[in-house]
Design a protein around this ligand. Structure first.
Ligand code: NIG
Ligand code: FE
Length: 418
């Protein structure tokens, strides 16, 4: 089997450490190696380290050489929270918000999640697939190699399944790796507005068993929020999901405080996401567990809302991850480098913390921490060469596009032209 050798790396970030979500001081340990090389075989890391050390383990003439051109190389971003299957942008919502309306007001006025649901229901699987494939290319171009991706714009079995099948199919085709999540409990569908109990029972008794039976998702997520699903309803949904063998996620304390964070800690969810209104007791509860606190500050930026307390979470010892939340309503941004910038400038995360949160803890939030997110031997060779000489440039030159190439499982899947 031919080996691949990446040479000419000015700075390599390896993220050494224990096989566990990173917290506290460990979140800052990026494992910087200057003048580095990476050896890859069968899509996996053989070793990553100083060039001299790596060159003793192989002979370059037998390897396929990939040139990093004196730039920075790090593992691909694991974007652990997205809603990427939708039919159209929500420009009307955006216009309204620019004129001062809130997310809640726009949702009640005919915009919001349900307006996307309406369009997704009217769209064929083929057109949703084409739209989603377009976005997968954008993720790869921005250095994201793995994506957690939610359904939630169907809200009946036919349409939720349509979305989950699109996610599964696109993931199978690659090269972007997709971790599908069933978010049937994203909102109560309009036809059952007066009979929400019926929808809840359908999600629990029909949809979740079918999702598990057809192997359509790895996780179940719930929007635990006033006007959407209460803490008690969320608990019922997630307990049924656990029984069905699915992993658990919660949209917790996003627009107000509803108990999602405490619930996540209690039922040992893989992640509790958003956490904008988490209080000190929520933060302490999360810090005591392995639940990843997955922050999505692109949505705070876009809705112009206060940012979640990243500093408090990190200082309390919680395992913090960062993700985009890419979706048409609250974060039409697929680029993790913008999220890094927001984390460092607005939330006072250290650059190293933000990078670990976007990569290693992103992997743990998607329950992929044992195989993804670091350059330790045996892990998946998902690597990105950024057009930077210093890794601190990533959040510094915000909203730029400096990826030279993206590698998934040892193969170059995107190369910047010119
Ligand atoms: O994470 N909060 C729920 N879901 C999305 C928004 C979805 C939408 O507005 O379409 C979020 O922000
Ligand atoms: Fe979300």
């Amino acid at each position: 089997m031919e080996q691949t050798l990446i040479l000419n790396i000015a700075q390599l970030l390896t993220f050494p450490g224990l096989d566990a979500p990173r917290r506290g001081r460990d979140l800052s340990s990026v494992g910087l190696i200057r003048d580095a090389a990476v050896l890859i075989e069968e899509g996996l890391i053989v070793s990553a380290g100083p060039r001299d050390v790596i060159l003793k383990r192989t002979s370059p003439e037998k390897c396929r050489i990939v040139d990093a051109q004196g730039r920075v190389v790090l593992p691909g971003f694991v974007d652990a929270h997205t809603h990427p299957v939708f039919a159209a942008p929500r420009l009307f919502d955006f216009e309204q918000r620019a004129q001062g309306k809130t997310y809640a007001e726009i949702a009640t006025g005919g915009g919001g999640i349900l307006s996307t649901v309406d369009l997704v229901r009217k769209s064929s699987a083929e057109s949703l697939m084409a739209a989603f494939k377009f976005w997968t290319q954008k993720f790869l171009e921005s250095g994201t190699t793995t994506l957690e991706a939610k359904s939630g714009y169907g809200l009946d079995w036919e349409n939720e399944r349509k979305i989950l099948r699109v996610l599964t199919q696109v993931g199978k085709e690659g090269p972007l790796e997709i971790v599908p999540t069933f978010l049937g409990a994203h909102a109560v569908p309009p036809e059952l507005r007066e009979r929400r109990e019926v929808y809840l029972r359908r999600v629990i008794e029909e949809m979740i068993p079918q999702v598990a039976g057809e192997n359509l998702a790895r996780f179940v997520d719930v929007f635990c929020e006033g006007g959407y699903f209460s803490k008690e309803e969320s608990r019922q949904i997630l307990e049924a999901s656990k029984k069905a063998g699915l992993g658990l996620k919660i949209h917790a304390e996003q627009l107000s405080r509803n108990g999602g964070a405490a619930l996540a800690a209690d039922i040992e969810a893989a992640s509790a996401d958003h956490l904008d209104f988490a209080d000190d007791s929520d933060i302490r509860a999360l810090a005591r567990t392995n639940v990843v606190a997955c922050l999505v500050p692109g949505s705070n930026y876009f809705l112009s809302k206060p940012y979640p307390s990243a500093r408090k979470l990190i200082d309390a010892g919680a395992a913090v991850a960062l993700a985009t939340d890419f979706n048409p309503g609250t974060c039409p941004c697929w680029d993790m480098r913008m999220i890094l910038s927001i984390a460092c400038t607005q939330m006072k995360m250290k650059i190293e913390e933000a990078l670990s949160a976007s990569i290693v803890n992103g992997a743990w939030a998607a329950s992929l921490g044992k195989t993804h997110g670091t350059l330790q031997a045996g892990k998946v060779a998902d690597l990105v060469c950024h057009e930077a000489q210093d890794y601190r440039e990533l959040p510094y030159y915000f909203a730029q596009s400096p990826v030279l190439w993206t590698m998934k499982k040892g193969e170059i899947v995107f190369r910047r032209s010119g």
